[in-house]
Design a protein around this ligand. Structure first.
Ligand code: ZN
Length: 312
């Protein structure tokens, strides 16, 4: 059995042998979902109370230091089983799912969340987990364990961006170079660059070009802020990169009626907004979503400058 099928099998088995996983995957079947119908594309809002752990996770250095790391093998629940992959990661079932099949893939070592030098692992992971989209949340872009390197993966055909990519309606610039497609999206609420192609080294080199440019914009950050979605489809990789400029929007820090507890990460970027509180699920409007993405995504003008450099 290939890794992708092994992982899907593991998800099924863990629901039977691990009460927490069984309960939370069963709960997902009755989860409330709303659709925000924008001009030409949809966003989904998912009311998922179990995700409060992640959305409200304290990721400052002091809080991180004070807790046992939940991704270190020695701290995993006794019911949790994993599948080793690439000799340095462990595929685990995420017991607090957003996707009907949702994996967490920590590195075997307790090392910081940094994508530099790990991007090729991500490509390889996406190829092996062909039924899934693999995603990366930067240390200040949604990762709830910024001190322990990890990817996540969710089953395909769940995030609206997949369908929107196939339609291509929001592509504003497409450049083909050495068999790679480099695509800039517009009018899609989020700042996105997509790289698609068959050659791992070329994709990696193109990603690095972008990464280095983003680094110049945010020299004070440990790494440029970003989210990444990676999948493998009919022999080609499809990589969506979302450069960011803010961790959490102002609505997150408000109190009372103005507060919306939404901490954007890869899945939100892919078009599924996760609201752990029912009041936020009920009230979040298209205008709110637009405002939140405007705050957290990299400024369009800055992005244009980078695009003109890397599309040369
Ligand atoms: Zn750890």
């Amino acid at each position: 059995m290939n890794i992708s099928n092994q992982a899907r099998q593991l998800i099924k088995e863990q629901q039977k042998e691990w009460v927490l996983a069984g309960k939370n995957y069963a709960g997902l079947k009755s989860v409330k979902v709303r659709t925000l119908a924008f001009d030409g594309f949809d966003m989904l809002v998912q009311f998922n109370p179990e995700r409060i752990r992640s959305s409200a996770a304290k990721v400052d250095a002091k809080s991180i230091e004070a807790r046992p790391c939940f991704l270190c093998q020695k701290n995993l629940p006794k019911e949790q089983r994993g599948i080793p992959v690439l000799h340095k990661y462990l595929i685990l079932v995420n017991p607090f799912p957003i996707f009907p099949e949702h994996l967490t893939i920590p590195h075997l070592q307790h090392i910081d969340q940094r994508i530099e030098n790990k991007f090729e692992d991500m490509l390889e992971m996406a190829r092996q987990l062909e039924d899934f989209t693999v995603f990366y949340n930067g240390p200040k872009c949604g990762a709830s364990a910024p001190d322990h390197f990890h990817f996540q993966a969710g089953i395909k055909r769940f995030m609206p961006i997949e369908r929107d990519y196939k339609r291509g309606s929001f592509f504003s610039e497409v450049k083909t170079k050495n068999g790679l497609d480099i695509i800039r999206w517009s009018d899609y609420l989020r700042t996105i660059l997509t790289i698609s192609g068959k050659d791992k080294n070329l994709i990696s080199a193109q990603f690095d070009l972008l990464f280095q440019e983003l680094k110049k914009l945010q020299p004070e950050e440990q790494e440029p802020m970003l989210n990444i979605l990676a999948s493998w489809e009919a022999g080609r990789w499809i990589i969506h990169i979302f450069p960011r400029q803010l961790h959490r929007p102002w609505q997150y820090f408000e109190e009372g009626k103005k507060q919306i507890l939404l901490s954007p990460a890869s899945v939100d970027m892919g078009g599924v907004l996760i609201t752990p509180r029912e009041e936020d699920f009920n009230k979040i409007s298209m205008k709110d979503a637009q405002d939140i993405f405007e705050q957290v995504c990299l400024d369009e003008n800055k992005f244009d400058e980078i695009i003109s450099k890397i599309m040369k």
